[in-house]
Design a protein around this ligand. Structure first.
Ligand code: SAM
Ligand code: CA
Length: 247
């Protein structure tokens, strides 16, 4: 009996441990995921775009290959057709989206920087999916305001990926919740913000990490209590929070 109780205690202990830790215990485990199931299945154009982006000085901004694979499958699972992306950079997540949606699918893509989009564009064109993309250069907020003005855009998007200026995410959310259809998804990227969301107040953080951290935490709190959505925060990439509109 005693052994049994001890067993139960150690089992319970182990269970709790697993329940409170990420399963990813090391960089080697992440590398294992990439090498075992991501890189071998990465479509050739995505590989080309990833390698091209790796040479760019701001390559830290790109979506990781495992997140690209996740987005690609998610979009297929929900049969997304009319989509939006805020924050394009060289277009890795854009290409993951463009490859996932049907031939007559659409992506309204916005970025203040056209130059970086044009860096990746030849790869997207070669992949035969550029016709799905409507790129708008400039800040996203005025474009969203314009869309919201016209009621026919309400509830018209199946999927929206937000990966831009974190200090505007809540402003985006106010508009996007009107534009996404009931049952559709909004994905907010970088919601774990380099792990800084749990950093102690005196932690040495890079200036931009510290600056945006409060906005990310504010967003996370707001999404958690928003009755119009169901949410799921995934530790993929730098954290992505999926919001499914329910009303
Ligand atoms: N999704 C991209 C990828 O897969 O490579 C990464 C996007 S990167 C993290 C963020 C992008 O947001 C930058 O390219 C930046 O120019 C853009 N951005 C910043 N502020 C913006 C705004 N107000 N409106 C639209 N885009 C903005
Ligand atoms: Ca991101």
């Amino acid at each position: 009996m005693a052994t049994n109780t001890q067993d139960q205690q150690s089992q319970a202990g182990r269970h709790q441990e697993v329940g409170h830790k990420s399963l990813l215990q090391s960089d080697a485990l992440y590398q294992y995921i990439l090498e075992t199931s991501v890189y071998p299945r990465e479509p050739e154009p995505m590989k080309e775009l990833r390698e091209l982006t790796a040479k760019h000085p701001w390559n830290l901004m790109t979506t990781s290959a495992d997140e690209g694979q996740f987005l690609n499958m998610l979009l297929k699972l929900i049969n997304a057709k009319n989509t939006m992306e805020i924050g394009v950079y060289t277009g890795y997540s854009l290409l993951a989206t463009a490859l996932a949606i049907p031939d007559d699918g659409k992506i309204l893509a916005m970025d203040v920087n056209r130059e970086n989009y044009e860096l990746g564009l030849p790869v997207i064109q070669k992949a035969g999916v550029a016709h799905k993309i409507d790129f708008k250069e400039g800040p996203a907020l005025p474009v969203l305001d314009q869309l919201v003005e016209d009621e026919k855009n309400h509830g018209s998007f199946d999927f929206i990926f937000v990966d831009a200026d974190k200090d505007n995410y809540l402003n985006y959310h106010k508009r996007l919740i009107e534009l996404v259809k009931v049952g559709g998804l909004i994905g907010y990227d970088n919601t774990l913000w380099n792990g800084s969301v749990v950093a102690p107040p005196d932690a040495p953080l890079r200036k931009y990490v510290r600056y945006y951290r409060d906005f990310v935490m504010e967003l996370n709190k707001a999404l958690a209590v928003d009755p119009r959505i169901e949410i799921c925060m995934l530790p993929v990439g730098d954290g992505i929070t999926l919001c499914r509109r329910v009303k």
